[in-house]
Ligand binder design. Structure first.
Ligand code: NCD
Length: 304
């Protein structure tokens, strides 16, 4: 049982809820390894609405649904739906709720997830609403940290390089702020520092926050979490062009630290490919946890 019908924000992912989801995700992972499919959702239809580009999120939700033997229905971009004819998001969601048992949606508009959940009769999952939140990515990131480090508290984490616009950073910091004694640093260009409201919220939750201009000399942290500069969200593209090549973890930087290196991917410039085979570069493993974590979430939300 989960204490919510729809998942919109990492605010809802309290330590108890996270523990419930991870317990199920571990079972899902074992089941995938031994028999591939876990036929527990034969009678369910999962609607996947992806109105912004996606590879990992869309494919891992699809894989998760199929490993649970659920059916899927799918709309991939605004031009293939009646949005093109001027239909509102509210109307579309009402219709899709009549065709499915749970809706997963990615949309470019911050706040669209809440709006859609409010008019859906079936459970709803936010798969990214613009630069706002991406709570299922935060679950995968936290699952990776717990698997590799063994805890979600007492962590020193540095985030980069676009804490202003990265919904993955927003959601992960919000989730981890609910655990005691975490300390966050934010590295990157000053134009892309975290929104002041986010820092106030994290500090109010008890997180010590510091901001680092440029790249730190030493990556003396438990976790280094980087995400590409969010090119599609820049009002002024010259800021993106100015910083994209400078903000990059080199082979030497990754090799010189014990920190776990995470990236929600896609990787653009933020990590040099030569670092990929280093033992602490676990971002491809992190992406693989998308399937068991999303299987757990779908199955728990549909058994509510
Ligand atoms: C992230 C996203 O879409 O916000 N990707 C993902 O879901 N794995 C990160 C990104 O696009 O940079």
């Amino acid at each position: 049982m989960l204490p919510f019908k729809s998942l919109i924000s990492s605010h809802q992912l309290t330590p108890d809820t996270v523990a419930t989801i991870f317990e199920s995700a571990h079972k899902m992972q074992t089941a995938i390894e031994s028999k591939g499919r876990v036929g527990s959702l034969e009678n369910a239809i999962v609607a996947l609405l992806f109105f912004e580009p996606s590879s990992r999120t869309m494919l891992s939700f699809q894989s998760a649904a199929q490993r649970l033997n659920a059916g899927t229905i799918f709309a991939q971009n605004a031009t293939s739906t009646s949005f093109e004819k001027g239909e509102s998001l509210e109307d579309l969601i009402r219709i899709v709720a009549g065709y499915s048992d749970i809706i997963v949606m990615r949309h470019a508009q911050p706040g669209s997830a809440q709006m859609a959940a409010d008019c859906s009769d079936v459970p709803f999952i936010n798969a990214g609403d613009g630069g706002n939140e991406h709570p299922t990515q935060a679950l995968i990131d936290a699952f990776t940290i717990e698997k590799h480090i063994g805890r979600l508290d007492n962590l020193k984490i540095v985030f980069g390089f676009d804490s202003l616009q990265s919904r993955s950073i927003h959601s992960l910091t919000r989730l981890l702020s609910q655990y005691p004694n975490n300390e966050f640093s934010f590295m990157g260009p000053s134009e892309l520092a975290p929104p002041p409201a986010m820092i106030s919220e994290l500090e109010a939750a008890g997180v010590r926050c510091t901001q680092i201009k440029g790249l730190p000399d030493k990556l003396d942290y438990d976790v280094v979490y980087v995400n590409r500069l969010q090119e599609e969200r820049f009002a002024d593209k010259s800021i993106f062009d100015k910083h994209r090549r400078f903000y990059r973890l080199s082979y030497d930087m990754v090799a010189a630290t014990q920190a776990l290196i995470l990236d929600p991917l896609p990787r653009i410039d933020e990590i040099d490919v030569t670092a990929d085979d280093l033992p602490n570069a676990v971002y491809f493993q992190q992406a693989s946890y998308g399937v068991p974590v999303r299987m757990a979430l779908l199955s728990l939300m549909l058994s509510n």
